[in-house]
Design a protein around this ligand. Structure first.
Ligand code: ZN
Length: 495
């Protein structure tokens, strides 16, 4: 994990002093790394020591390590008694990374799907089950002009239904390759389980479920075509031939949203968290926005890897999100369902930062969508092939928990013109809950529908639209276990 640059420089200076006493050599960090080491079942304390030397561990799955090192670093590790095999020596760092991440023949395992294979698989489902699954193009990638697809699942997929929407997205960071696999498997389970599994049948009959399995399609191409396994950002300014792309070009799409954009990520184009010049500069992120504006998800999961932790909105200075209690409850509910790779526990939860241009503060802050980042798996961005199915399977119950929460409790209804019955784009405001950090929540423009997840209890609600008389509800009761329905007619102001 890369720290901020000033901190990093400080640590390096500090360590270079320590190393002068601690080991025979003083390291020069400009010395080229030329060797990949592999060490099995390394104890945690030893891993900590390696990290203290600032030697880079590329992956650490079940304490089996791939380490990229200079010759001096390798010698130090040997001196310290670490037993390892020297996997590959090369003057080219990219070759070393390819060997560590792709394996012996430096080609990605076919356990992972290319984007074309994902689309073919989805098209196969559409051909077989045209009534319950469809796909659409929501935009093109910034550099490669490749189509970005969204997938929709419901029991009547040809219609836009007046229902809660739940959204799952993957691979906004392209090297996090297990995340589209989770989306794809989830789609398959929902489609093949319809009318067979009661729980799945109810979800498809009650919701519209959307997926963007791969947001960063260009980056995913770079990783899955064996060009560069490190690629996280999009491919802005990739070369025309797509073979000699220069890492670390590109923009971190998950820092390019406009909610606290300037406070998030990095302004350094070389950083893996480079946020871009301005919010929504990247067409991939605009594609997500156009879909979200239209479908207004009530709940969503944005899959990442790694860490076996769920981040959610938020800690902002010292404050938590207005819906903190309910957000925490749902995050914990999802986490409790996902078993860790070691089989000994379940995922953790943690507050994410509110002041970053990431998708979850944007979705929550702008639209009121309860969005969760699920950091899947532990120890790598690209997992060894034999780990993939386990991570995918482990994550499905977490997704199922989110789907169950689409049933409420909370308030819902349509806000319409009292005279004409037309849908209104109205503000639905809970003044005792919502702070100034979040935008006012509004109805879905096309239908006038609002959904507000709430714990059972009594609430104060204000509904207003320009040119209409405001309505205030002082003691609205929200029932347990389901949506409480309240339709609202607003009277036009008489001039
Ligand atoms: Zn990520």
């Amino acid at each position: 994990m890369r720290r901020s640059i000033p901190l990093l420089i400080f640590i390096l200076l500090f360590l270079s002093v320590i190393r002068a006493y601690d080991s025979p050599q003083v390291f020069d960090n400009k010395v080229q790394r030329t060797v990949i080491l592999y060490a099995e079942s390394v104890p945690d304390e030893t891993i900590q020591q390696i990290q203290n030397f600032r030697i880079e561990i590329i992956s650490r799955v079940r304490n089996n390590l791939y380490i990229i090192a200079t010759e001096t670093e390798r010698d130090l590790l040997r001196e310290r008694g670490l037993s390892f095999t020297e996997v590959l020596t090369s003057d080219d760092e990219l070759t070393l990374y390819k060997r560590a991440m792709y394996g012996e023949d430096m080609k990605l395992s076919d356990v992972y799907h290319t984007y074309d294979q994902i689309l073919t698989s989805i098209q196969g489902l559409i051909d077989e089950y045209p009534g319950i699954i469809s796909k659409e193009v929501i935009g093109q990638t910034q550099q490669g002009k490749r189509d970005i697809h969204a997938v929709k699942v419901s029991n009547n997929v040809q219609e836009d239904l007046d229902r809660p929407v739940i959204l799952f997205t993957g691979a906004i960071h392209s090297r996090e390759l297990v995340t589209p696999e989770i989306c794809l498997e989830l789609i398959k389970r929902l489609i093949t389980g319809y009318n067979k599994d009661d729980r799945i049948t109810e979800w498809l009959n009650s919701f519209e479920i959307y997926f963007i399995p791969v947001i960063n399609v260009d980056g995913h191409y770079i990783v899955t075509q064996n060009i560069d396994p490190r690629w996280r950002k999009n491919a802005r300014d990739a070369t025309d031939d797509w073979k000699t792309v220069r890492y670390p070009m590109g923009i971190d799409l998950n820092r390019n949203y406009d909610f606290n954009f300037a406070r998030g990520g990095s302004s350094d184009p070389e950083s893996v968290r480079y946020r871009g010049e301005y919010p929504f500069s990247e067409s991939e992120v605009r594609a997500v926005r156009s879909l979200v504006e239209r479908i207004r998800p009530v709940l969503s999961i944005n899959y990442h890897s790694q860490g076996e932790v769920i981040f959610y909105p938020w800690v902002w200075r010292d404050m938590h999100a207005p819906d903190d209690k309910l957000l925490t409850e749902i995050a914990q509910g999802i986490a409790d369902q996902i078993v860790t790779m070691d089989g000994e526990g379940t995922y953790d939860i943690a507050y994410g930062a509110g002041m970053v241009g990431q998708s979850y503060p944007w979705l929550y802050g702008r639209y009121g969508t309860f969005d969760f980042i699920v950091e899947t798996g532990r120890g790598a961005h690209i997992f060894p092939p034999d780990e993939v199915q386990g991570i995918v399977e482990a994550n499905l119950p977490g997704a199922f928990h989110l789907l169950d929460r689409g049933k409420g409790p909370g308030l819902t209804g349509r806000v319409t013109d009292a005279n004409t019955g037309d849908a209104l784009h109205a503000i639905v405001w809970f003044p005792t809950i919502e702070s100034e950090e979040v935008d006012r929540r509004t109805t879905k423009p096309a239908t006038g529908r609002y959904y507000r997840l709430l714990s059972p209890g009594s609430y104060y609600m204000v509904v207003m639209a320009e040119g209409y008389e405001t309505k205030v509800y002082r003691e609205l009761e929200v029932r347990e276990g389901e949506w409480t329905e309240l339709n609202i007619q607003l009277k036009p102001v008489v001039k």
